[in-house]
Design a protein around this ligand. Sequence first.
Ligand code: PMP
Length: 402
Amino acid sequence: SETRAINFGAGPSALPQSVLEEAARGLLNFAGTGIGIAEISHRSKEFAAFLAEVEELIREQLNVPSTHTILFTQGGGTAQFSAIVLNLLARHRLLHPDLKDEERIMDYVITGTWSKNAAQEAGRLGGAKINIAADARVTSSDGKSFDNIPPHDAYKFSQSPALIYYCENETVNGVQFSHDQQAPESFPFHLLPKDALLPLVADYSSSFMSRPIPRLADHAVIYAGAQKNVGPAGLTIIIVRKDCIVDVDAAAKLGAAPVPIGLAYKSFAEQKSMPNTPPVFSLYVSGLVLRRSKALGGVSYYEAVNQRKKDKVYAVLGDGEKLGLLKGYVKRGSGSWMNIVFEVLGEGTEARFLAGAEAKGMKSLKGHRSVGGIRVSLYNAITEEQTDQLVAYIRHFLAEET
Ligand code: PMP
């Protein structure tokens, strides 16, 4: 274990050492069965009990009300880009059978690469018109970058859309909605159409379980791939309001697109997330992570720690900016707690920065290929001490370069 690096990668990303050690034992012998977790039947009573516990751990720590069901699937965020469209268009069809395709609207808030990709997939699938409710490039510093969360007056929602989409944390670009409802960078819940059952969808892939989810009960669907804060890739966690678990075959009879059974929320809800084989190992490790998170104090514990971590990194970034050596990629106020993106200015300086970090065992700091620069991911498994080590390294680097 002394050879383990500090992994600041954006996902798949660091997992707690104690969980990995326990998971290694579970690979050999799960729950005293004498069978390893990757070998045991997902229909065994031991696995069924574990799955029920994972659901309860999420429900409890995020305060998920009984109006919402928690589903586990495969396919990642990318499969949900399609699943939300197909399931919510089926729902809209059942509610409004007589509308033409061009009269059905899907609202997308575009704040970065992932919400842009989600809107693109909605366009591919068709069946409705897309309204871009806000586009952060319009409110950016140069008219083309995803460097901000748009202010409230930049949004235009439709009256009765089939879905309203946003991505809470943009992993590539490092922008995130503020949870302070007074802040201009918060999600404008007050501007949404008045509807007790809003079709509001949020991608929480890279911030799930890192802090509480504001207005969770008002969402139709919240989804997250596990591979950032929660566990290994392969598991997708979906929190769905029950009115959005619809009979997709009945909707198809009314003209909606047929929904592949592996994407239909109803098949997962009716069969306790096991219409087919679930990602057993990923669920196992995620369950261990969630048990540990509960023992530490749940999402409010992580909220406090994550706030201190990001404050420390943004502070040293600010110092680097004053020295003219670093440059934050996003507008202050829009900055993510989870993925902090910045440039190291000057010829060859970024390469020196990365090599110096690597020499101290700090890895995966290179930014996404589409943005460049440095990206520091501070997911739950990155400790405050590890963050302190990074900050100390950056301070040392700034001193060396000046
Ligand atoms: N949404 C966000 C915010 C992401 O960060 C990612 C992946 N990094 C995705 C969606 C796509 O998820 P997946 O790779 O699980 O399909």
